[in-house]
Design a binder for this molecule. Sequence first.
Ligand SMILES: C[S@@+](CC[C@H](N)C(=O)[O-])C[C@H]1O[C@@H](n2cnc3c(N)ncnc32)[C@H](O)[C@@H]1O
Length: 242
Amino acid sequence: MHQLHHGDALAVLPTLDASSVDTIITDPPYNSGGRTASERRNQTAKDKYVSGGSGVEKALEDFTGDNRDQRGFLAWLSLTLGECLRVARPGAHLLVFSDWRQAPVTSDALQVAGWTWQGTLVWHKPIARPRRGGFKANAEYILWGTNGKFDGSREVYLPGVFSASQPRGRQRRHITQKPVDGLLDELVEICPSGGTVLDPFAGSGTTGEAALRSDRSFVGIELSDHYHRIARDRLDEVSSTP
Ligand SMILES: C[S@@+](CC[C@H](N)C(=O)[O-])C[C@H]1O[C@@H](n2cnc3c(N)ncnc32)[C@H](O)[C@@H]1O
């Protein structure tokens, strides 16, 4: 079962029932990159996150909401994660993607919003360009929080490091698409079987695909017309595949 809303997360979240979801897994615009305020304002998400790649990848649609400065990002993400907390049942888990630059401010936002920070998971990306004279940037991070106390009564033991490559070529439908195999399919295991997963920044519907494939329900929100259409078609296809 899935629902996909088209609109701004901060407008749609207040319309969802309180305590109605078991897990939130989300990949918000990172608002990362750009050494100066001017670079941040003037670079699009695509300028920042798509380098190289095939013609298919270069033709992918841009998205908005990635030009906030650090104070704006903290305020906006705190408000959004606060709305998520209202929608989450007590004990629910929150997983928020970030990169190395934005991990500190993302953990601040998570706690300002009232979530209890439980740790940081690592997404290792096996395919990354070497960096002459320095270290490869071949990891992103997933900040983990709970709505109140951590409940350790479920018999699940999940890893803290995930190694998986971003979809490439024709498999790539979004400029910052996350992989299902080896990443989202593992992360959704934090949601009790048959529970509901929410992603307020659904993009191409990756979290939704992982949730539906593992017999969880899914609620998504996506602002862009283009990506809302892609996610809708993708989720309809997954739902109709036995
Ligand atoms: C980092 S991408 C998510 C990509 C997704 N994880 C995937 O695998 O396809 C963030 C998405 O949030 C959407 N977005 C940006 N601002 C938004 C807002 N205020 N409300 C809802 N969605 C928003 C963008 O259009 C973009 O598709």
